[in-house]
Design a protein around this ligand. Sequence first.
Ligand code: DHB
Ligand code: FE
Length: 293
Amino acid sequence: MARITAGVACSHIPALGVAVDFDKTGEDYWAPAFAGFDWTRKWEEQEKPDVVILVYNDHATAFDMKFIPTFAIGCAESFTPADEGWGPRQVPVVEGHPDLAWHIAQSAILDEFDMTIINEMEVDHGLTVPLSMMFGKVDKWPCRVIPLAVNVVTYPPPSGNRCWSLGEAIRRAVESYPEDLNVQVWGTGGMSHQLQGPRAGLINREWDNRFLDQLSGSTDALRYIPHIEYLRETGSEGIEMVMWLIMRGAMGQTTEQLHRHYHVPASNTAVGHIVLRPVPDAEASGEGVGAAA
Ligand code: DHB
Ligand code: FE
């Protein structure tokens, strides 16, 4: 059986990708932003996931105003890095996992989540920057990746509650896949940021850190944050954080925080990063082998 073994979340600021590509991660401005990912790169080398379900948003690269799916799953064999205006990033092609992706599409759709199926797509910084943060500069990504694209670009994005529920459906889908696979779910985007208008550069450290706090344990308070609160408290692009709730929903009822990082400044955005472990229900309720003996 396939298993979800961990959840990871991080911002996907394009300039972080530029810093990796042009060997600037050691510079004074970037070093503290990258320092918080050293732990995770080492941890990922030990964890060796087979597949990452990478929840991200397309930034008018593959989709435009002609069509905007709310939730879309990448079922292709591979996904090429997109040209976002400066030529494609010189990062490896992303290898998909069509069989698991189609299984998740079928399971989620029959579970009443109406996913759009993507058979061909280029992927932008929303997907490639998190891969660079977690795996560094490599010739080949060390695992398969299933892109799960969420509309957070045009009103109306899905609610946080719906995103959390989709995460729960993804967990059911993965756990009903017969092959033994080590699967991680990543949520990307955020944290607080506004890229345009009079409030450009808005950062709300207190709000972001409360959000990070509430990703672990068994509270589900985050699923009920209304859109207007993200907008008011975290800026116009802070809504990207609903994608973290798909990751959190896929972890099950209880999580344990393994690692966390928060850094400002990096471009216009607060860099947030967290690594979670799903805590099995028996362990969370204090049952388990030791307690039963
Ligand atoms: C920035 C952050 C984003 O999430 C994004 O998609 C584009 C730009 C930024 O802070 O520069
Ligand atoms: Fe973004």
